[in-house]
Design a protein around this ligand. Structure first.
Ligand code: ZN
Length: 375
Protein backbone atom coordinates (compact mmCIF):
# COMPACT_ATOMS: atom_id res chain seq x y z
CA UNK A 1 0.00 0.00 0.00
CA UNK A 2 1.25 3.41 -0.86
CA UNK A 3 1.76 5.77 1.99
CA UNK A 4 0.02 9.09 1.68
CA UNK A 5 1.99 12.08 2.71
CA UNK A 6 -0.08 14.74 4.31
CA UNK A 7 0.90 18.02 2.93
CA UNK A 8 0.16 21.26 4.66
CA UNK A 9 -1.12 23.61 2.13
CA UNK A 10 0.53 27.07 1.99
CA UNK A 11 -2.83 28.74 2.84
CA UNK A 12 -3.22 26.75 6.07
CA UNK A 13 0.36 27.58 7.01
CA UNK A 14 -0.34 31.28 6.89
CA UNK A 15 -3.42 30.79 9.18
CA UNK A 16 -1.16 29.16 11.76
CA UNK A 17 1.23 32.06 11.43
CA UNK A 18 -1.55 34.58 12.00
CA UNK A 19 -2.85 32.61 14.97
CA UNK A 20 0.66 32.51 16.36
CA UNK A 21 1.04 36.26 16.01
CA UNK A 22 -2.35 36.87 17.65
CA UNK A 23 -1.43 34.55 20.48
CA UNK A 24 1.84 36.37 21.00
CA UNK A 25 0.05 39.72 21.01
CA UNK A 26 -2.44 38.44 23.59
CA UNK A 27 0.29 36.95 25.68
CA UNK A 28 2.20 40.22 25.50
CA UNK A 29 -0.88 42.18 26.48
CA UNK A 30 -1.58 39.79 29.31
CA UNK A 31 1.96 40.08 30.65
CA UNK A 32 1.73 43.85 30.32
CA UNK A 33 -1.55 43.75 32.26
CA UNK A 34 -0.03 41.60 35.00
CA UNK A 35 2.89 44.01 35.26
CA UNK A 36 0.51 46.99 35.64
CA UNK A 37 -1.51 45.19 38.32
CA UNK A 38 1.72 44.23 40.05
CA UNK A 39 2.90 47.86 40.05
CA UNK A 40 -0.33 48.92 41.76
CA UNK A 41 -0.46 46.13 44.32
CA UNK A 42 3.15 46.94 45.21
CA UNK A 43 1.92 50.48 45.95
CA UNK A 44 -0.54 49.01 48.43
CA UNK A 45 -3.67 48.75 46.30
CA UNK A 46 -5.81 45.63 46.43
CA UNK A 47 -6.09 43.41 43.35
CA UNK A 48 -9.70 44.41 42.88
CA UNK A 49 -8.94 48.13 43.19
CA UNK A 50 -5.91 47.79 40.90
CA UNK A 51 -8.03 46.18 38.19
CA UNK A 52 -10.58 48.98 38.36
CA UNK A 53 -7.85 51.64 38.44
CA UNK A 54 -6.37 50.16 35.29
CA UNK A 55 -9.65 49.96 33.40
CA UNK A 56 -10.56 53.51 34.45
CA UNK A 57 -7.22 54.65 33.00
CA UNK A 58 -6.17 56.14 36.34
CA UNK A 59 -2.92 54.32 36.82
CA UNK A 60 -0.80 57.42 36.24
CA UNK A 61 -2.92 59.43 38.66
CA UNK A 62 -2.70 56.77 41.35
CA UNK A 63 1.02 56.22 40.81
CA UNK A 64 1.60 59.93 41.27
CA UNK A 65 -0.22 60.08 44.62
CA UNK A 66 1.16 56.80 45.91
CA UNK A 67 -0.54 54.67 48.57
CA UNK A 68 -3.95 55.99 49.64
CA UNK A 69 -6.47 53.83 51.46
CA UNK A 70 -9.46 55.99 50.60
CA UNK A 71 -8.62 55.87 46.88
CA UNK A 72 -8.21 52.12 47.24
CA UNK A 73 -11.66 51.86 48.79
CA UNK A 74 -13.12 54.11 46.07
CA UNK A 75 -11.91 51.78 43.35
CA UNK A 76 -13.06 48.76 45.30
CA UNK A 77 -16.55 50.29 45.63
CA UNK A 78 -17.12 50.42 41.91
CA UNK A 79 -20.82 51.24 42.20
CA UNK A 80 -20.18 54.27 44.44
CA UNK A 81 -17.12 55.58 42.62
CA UNK A 82 -17.65 58.96 40.95
CA UNK A 83 -14.78 60.13 38.79
CA UNK A 84 -15.42 63.83 39.49
CA UNK A 85 -14.92 63.19 43.22
CA UNK A 86 -11.58 61.47 42.85
CA UNK A 87 -9.53 64.43 44.09
CA UNK A 88 -11.78 64.68 47.12
CA UNK A 89 -11.46 60.98 47.92
CA UNK A 90 -7.74 61.54 47.99
CA UNK A 91 -8.08 64.22 50.70
CA UNK A 92 -10.41 62.28 52.98
CA UNK A 93 -8.65 60.42 55.74
CA UNK A 94 -9.51 56.73 55.56
CA UNK A 95 -11.87 55.36 58.18
CA UNK A 96 -13.21 51.82 58.34
CA UNK A 97 -16.78 52.67 57.41
CA UNK A 98 -18.77 50.32 55.22
CA UNK A 99 -20.26 53.13 53.12
CA UNK A 100 -17.21 55.40 53.17
CA UNK A 101 -17.31 56.33 49.49
CA UNK A 102 -21.10 56.73 49.32
CA UNK A 103 -20.88 58.90 52.44
CA UNK A 104 -18.17 61.10 50.89
CA UNK A 105 -20.34 61.55 47.79
CA UNK A 106 -23.30 62.48 49.93
CA UNK A 107 -21.30 64.95 52.05
CA UNK A 108 -19.90 66.66 48.95
CA UNK A 109 -23.42 66.88 47.57
CA UNK A 110 -24.49 68.63 50.80
CA UNK A 111 -21.75 71.21 50.32
CA UNK A 112 -19.17 70.00 52.85
CA UNK A 113 -15.50 70.46 52.03
CA UNK A 114 -13.07 67.60 52.59
CA UNK A 115 -11.90 69.23 55.82
CA UNK A 116 -15.48 69.11 57.17
CA UNK A 117 -15.83 65.54 55.96
CA UNK A 118 -12.78 64.50 57.94
CA UNK A 119 -14.29 66.12 61.02
CA UNK A 120 -17.62 64.38 60.46
CA UNK A 121 -16.07 60.96 59.94
CA UNK A 122 -13.96 61.27 63.08
CA UNK A 123 -17.03 61.69 65.28
CA UNK A 124 -19.32 58.83 64.40
CA UNK A 125 -19.56 55.31 63.06
CA UNK A 126 -20.89 54.38 59.63
CA UNK A 127 -24.53 54.59 60.67
CA UNK A 128 -24.34 57.85 62.59
CA UNK A 129 -22.45 59.44 59.67
CA UNK A 130 -25.24 58.26 57.37
CA UNK A 131 -27.87 59.73 59.69
CA UNK A 132 -25.96 62.99 59.99
CA UNK A 133 -25.71 63.35 56.23
CA UNK A 134 -29.46 63.08 55.84
CA UNK A 135 -29.80 66.54 57.34
CA UNK A 136 -28.92 69.83 55.63
CA UNK A 137 -25.39 71.13 56.02
CA UNK A 138 -24.98 72.22 59.66
CA UNK A 139 -23.68 75.62 60.72
CA UNK A 140 -21.57 74.92 63.78
CA UNK A 141 -19.63 71.87 62.78
CA UNK A 142 -16.19 72.99 63.89
CA UNK A 143 -17.36 74.59 67.13
CA UNK A 144 -18.56 71.36 68.67
CA UNK A 145 -16.49 68.84 66.79
CA UNK A 146 -13.12 70.26 67.68
CA UNK A 147 -13.93 68.62 71.01
CA UNK A 148 -12.47 65.20 70.40
CA UNK A 149 -15.22 63.16 71.97
CA UNK A 150 -18.17 65.04 70.48
CA UNK A 151 -20.74 62.79 68.82
CA UNK A 152 -22.62 63.46 65.59
CA UNK A 153 -25.83 62.04 67.00
CA UNK A 154 -25.81 64.63 69.79
CA UNK A 155 -25.51 67.68 67.54
CA UNK A 156 -29.02 69.03 68.16
CA UNK A 157 -28.70 68.54 71.89
CA UNK A 158 -25.36 70.40 71.92
CA UNK A 159 -26.99 73.33 70.14
CA UNK A 160 -29.98 73.40 72.46
CA UNK A 161 -27.87 73.07 75.62
CA UNK A 162 -25.44 75.79 74.60
CA UNK A 163 -28.35 78.08 73.76
CA UNK A 164 -30.01 77.37 77.10
CA UNK A 165 -27.01 77.58 79.38
CA UNK A 166 -24.39 79.66 77.57
CA UNK A 167 -21.79 77.03 78.46
CA UNK A 168 -18.70 76.76 76.27
CA UNK A 169 -18.45 74.00 73.65
CA UNK A 170 -16.25 71.70 75.70
CA UNK A 171 -18.53 71.75 78.73
CA UNK A 172 -21.59 71.41 76.52
CA UNK A 173 -20.20 68.32 74.79
CA UNK A 174 -19.17 66.72 78.08
CA UNK A 175 -22.50 67.37 79.80
CA UNK A 176 -24.60 66.20 76.86
CA UNK A 177 -22.52 63.06 76.34
CA UNK A 178 -23.20 62.38 80.01
CA UNK A 179 -26.92 62.93 79.35
CA UNK A 180 -27.04 65.77 81.84
CA UNK A 181 -29.75 67.47 79.81
CA UNK A 182 -32.00 64.63 80.96
CA UNK A 183 -33.63 64.28 84.37
CA UNK A 184 -31.72 62.15 86.88
CA UNK A 185 -32.67 58.48 86.54
CA UNK A 186 -34.81 59.18 83.45
CA UNK A 187 -34.14 57.41 80.15
CA UNK A 188 -30.89 55.98 81.52
CA UNK A 189 -28.51 53.75 79.58
CA UNK A 190 -28.29 50.19 80.81
CA UNK A 191 -24.75 49.06 81.62
CA UNK A 192 -24.56 45.32 81.13
CA UNK A 193 -20.93 44.27 81.16
CA UNK A 194 -18.83 44.11 84.30
CA UNK A 195 -15.43 45.75 83.95
CA UNK A 196 -13.18 47.72 86.27
CA UNK A 197 -13.67 50.84 84.15
CA UNK A 198 -17.47 50.68 83.98
CA UNK A 199 -19.40 53.88 84.62
CA UNK A 200 -22.51 53.80 86.79
CA UNK A 201 -24.20 57.05 87.78
CA UNK A 202 -27.59 58.75 87.64
CA UNK A 203 -27.73 58.27 83.86
CA UNK A 204 -26.19 54.81 83.56
CA UNK A 205 -27.65 51.99 85.55
CA UNK A 206 -27.45 48.29 86.24
CA UNK A 207 -30.22 45.75 85.88
CA UNK A 208 -31.87 44.09 88.85
CA UNK A 209 -29.86 40.89 88.38
CA UNK A 210 -26.49 42.46 87.61
CA UNK A 211 -23.67 41.35 89.85
CA UNK A 212 -19.88 41.50 89.58
CA UNK A 213 -18.41 38.39 87.93
CA UNK A 214 -15.79 37.87 90.64
CA UNK A 215 -17.79 38.35 93.83
CA UNK A 216 -16.08 37.28 97.05
CA UNK A 217 -16.48 37.73 100.78
CA UNK A 218 -14.17 40.28 102.37
CA UNK A 219 -12.04 38.83 105.21
CA UNK A 220 -13.32 40.09 108.54
CA UNK A 221 -10.06 41.83 109.49
CA UNK A 222 -10.54 44.34 106.65
CA UNK A 223 -14.19 45.20 107.34
CA UNK A 224 -16.36 46.58 110.10
CA UNK A 225 -18.74 43.66 109.80
CA UNK A 226 -18.54 40.09 108.53
CA UNK A 227 -20.03 38.92 105.24
CA UNK A 228 -19.33 42.13 103.33
CA UNK A 229 -18.78 41.28 99.68
CA UNK A 230 -16.69 42.80 96.92
CA UNK A 231 -15.31 42.24 93.45
CA UNK A 232 -12.14 40.18 93.88
CA UNK A 233 -9.99 42.33 91.62
CA UNK A 234 -10.96 45.43 93.61
CA UNK A 235 -10.39 43.75 96.93
CA UNK A 236 -6.94 42.45 95.96
CA UNK A 237 -5.95 46.05 95.25
CA UNK A 238 -7.63 47.26 98.42
CA UNK A 239 -5.79 44.70 100.50
CA UNK A 240 -2.47 45.84 99.12
CA UNK A 241 -3.39 49.44 99.88
CA UNK A 242 -4.72 48.75 103.36
CA UNK A 243 -1.64 46.68 104.28
CA UNK A 244 0.66 49.46 103.06
CA UNK A 245 -1.30 52.04 105.06
CA UNK A 246 -1.12 49.89 108.17
CA UNK A 247 2.66 49.57 107.85
CA UNK A 248 2.83 53.35 107.95
CA UNK A 249 0.52 53.55 110.95
CA UNK A 250 -2.85 54.24 109.28
CA UNK A 251 -5.87 52.08 110.05
CA UNK A 252 -8.40 51.72 107.23
CA UNK A 253 -11.64 49.76 107.46
CA UNK A 254 -14.35 48.94 104.92
CA UNK A 255 -17.79 49.97 106.17
CA UNK A 256 -19.72 49.14 103.03
CA UNK A 257 -18.80 47.42 99.78
CA UNK A 258 -20.91 45.42 97.31
CA UNK A 259 -24.62 46.06 97.61
CA UNK A 260 -27.03 44.11 95.45
CA UNK A 261 -30.01 45.73 93.77
CA UNK A 262 -32.22 44.36 96.55
CA UNK A 263 -29.82 45.68 99.23
CA UNK A 264 -30.25 49.14 97.71
CA UNK A 265 -34.05 48.73 97.75
CA UNK A 266 -33.91 47.80 101.47
CA UNK A 267 -31.51 50.61 102.24
CA UNK A 268 -33.76 53.16 100.51
CA UNK A 269 -36.72 51.93 102.53
CA UNK A 270 -34.79 52.20 105.81
CA UNK A 271 -33.67 55.74 105.04
CA UNK A 272 -37.19 56.65 104.00
CA UNK A 273 -38.47 55.51 107.41
CA UNK A 274 -35.73 57.31 109.30
CA UNK A 275 -35.28 60.54 107.36
CA UNK A 276 -38.17 60.95 104.87
CA UNK A 277 -38.56 61.18 101.13
CA UNK A 278 -36.62 64.35 100.40
CA UNK A 279 -33.56 62.97 102.19
CA UNK A 280 -33.74 59.75 100.16
CA UNK A 281 -34.17 61.65 96.89
CA UNK A 282 -31.15 63.75 97.67
CA UNK A 283 -28.68 61.31 99.18
CA UNK A 284 -29.58 57.74 98.32
CA UNK A 285 -28.97 56.41 94.82
CA UNK A 286 -31.96 54.61 93.36
CA UNK A 287 -31.63 50.83 93.03
CA UNK A 288 -29.58 50.02 89.93
CA UNK A 289 -27.90 53.43 90.03
CA UNK A 290 -25.54 52.83 92.94
CA UNK A 291 -21.89 52.26 92.22
CA UNK A 292 -21.87 49.81 95.13
CA UNK A 293 -23.70 47.30 92.93
CA UNK A 294 -20.58 47.05 90.75
CA UNK A 295 -18.62 45.59 93.68
CA UNK A 296 -15.88 48.09 92.88
CA UNK A 297 -16.84 50.79 95.41
CA UNK A 298 -16.10 50.98 99.12
CA UNK A 299 -17.17 53.26 101.91
CA UNK A 300 -14.00 53.53 103.92
CA UNK A 301 -13.59 54.47 107.57
CA UNK A 302 -10.75 55.25 109.92
CA UNK A 303 -10.00 52.88 112.81
CA UNK A 304 -9.33 55.84 115.11
CA UNK A 305 -11.70 58.70 114.22
CA UNK A 306 -15.45 58.63 113.57
CA UNK A 307 -15.59 61.27 110.85
CA UNK A 308 -13.40 59.96 108.05
CA UNK A 309 -12.95 63.42 106.45
CA UNK A 310 -11.22 64.58 109.65
CA UNK A 311 -8.91 61.59 109.89
CA UNK A 312 -5.23 61.24 109.07
CA UNK A 313 -6.31 58.17 107.07
CA UNK A 314 -8.28 60.42 104.71
CA UNK A 315 -5.20 62.57 104.10
CA UNK A 316 -3.19 59.40 103.46
CA UNK A 317 -5.81 58.18 100.99
CA UNK A 318 -5.84 61.50 99.14
CA UNK A 319 -2.12 61.14 98.60
CA UNK A 320 -1.81 57.42 98.02
CA UNK A 321 -5.06 55.75 96.93
CA UNK A 322 -4.38 56.26 93.22
CA UNK A 323 -1.18 54.19 93.45
CA UNK A 324 -3.38 51.19 94.17
CA UNK A 325 -6.01 51.99 91.56
CA UNK A 326 -8.55 53.85 93.72
CA UNK A 327 -10.09 57.29 93.27
CA UNK A 328 -12.11 59.50 95.58
CA UNK A 329 -15.23 59.40 93.49
CA UNK A 330 -17.45 62.21 94.81
CA UNK A 331 -15.62 65.42 95.63
CA UNK A 332 -17.02 68.90 96.12
CA UNK A 333 -15.39 69.99 92.89
CA UNK A 334 -17.09 67.33 90.80
CA UNK A 335 -20.55 67.72 92.31
CA UNK A 336 -22.00 69.33 89.15
CA UNK A 337 -20.78 66.41 87.06
CA UNK A 338 -21.32 63.41 89.33
CA UNK A 339 -24.62 64.71 90.64
CA UNK A 340 -23.63 63.47 94.11
CA UNK A 341 -22.67 65.58 97.09
CA UNK A 342 -19.16 65.05 98.29
CA UNK A 343 -18.55 61.72 100.00
CA UNK A 344 -14.95 61.66 101.24
CA UNK A 345 -15.39 58.06 102.36
CA UNK A 346 -16.55 56.65 99.04
CA UNK A 347 -13.71 55.19 96.99
CA UNK A 348 -13.95 53.47 93.66
CA UNK A 349 -11.53 50.98 92.14
CA UNK A 350 -10.75 51.83 88.49
CA UNK A 351 -7.31 50.25 88.06
CA UNK A 352 -3.90 51.84 88.48
CA UNK A 353 -3.56 53.44 85.06
CA UNK A 354 -6.87 55.29 85.16
CA UNK A 355 -6.50 56.26 88.81
CA UNK A 356 -3.07 57.73 88.10
CA UNK A 357 -4.36 59.75 85.16
CA UNK A 358 -7.30 61.07 87.16
CA UNK A 359 -5.06 61.94 90.10
CA UNK A 360 -2.51 63.77 87.96
CA UNK A 361 -4.97 65.60 85.75
CA UNK A 362 -7.51 66.35 88.47
CA UNK A 363 -10.52 65.31 86.46
CA UNK A 364 -13.63 63.39 87.40
CA UNK A 365 -14.16 59.76 86.41
CA UNK A 366 -17.07 60.95 84.23
CA UNK A 367 -14.67 63.12 82.21
CA UNK A 368 -12.10 60.36 81.94
CA UNK A 369 -14.77 57.98 80.77
CA UNK A 370 -16.06 60.36 78.10
CA UNK A 371 -12.62 61.20 76.80
CA UNK A 372 -11.13 57.72 76.69
CA UNK A 373 -13.70 55.00 77.14
CA UNK A 374 -17.05 56.01 75.66
CA UNK A 375 -16.67 54.75 72.13
ZN1 ZN B 1 -20.56 54.71 98.97
Amino acid sequence: MQKKRVKVKPKALSIFKILGVILCVFLGLFLFYLKQINDLTKLGYSKEASKNILFSFKKDYVTKIGPNKTINKAFESKKDYIEDNLDNYRKVKFVKHKDLIANINKALEKGYKTNDINIIFAHGDNDSVKRFLKRDKVKYLEEFFTVEYAKLDNYDRYLAYEDDTGEDEETTVLYINLDMDKEDYADAKLVEKFSVDMLVNKHRNLSEDFEPTDLMTIPKEYASESDLQSSRIAFNAYKEMSDAAEKEGYGLVINSAYRSYQDQVDLSEDYLKWYGQSYVDKYVAKPGFSEHQTGLAYDIGSRSVNVFANSKEYTWMQENAYKYGFIERFTLRWEPITGFRKEPWHYRYVGKEIAKYIHENKISFEEYYMIFLDK
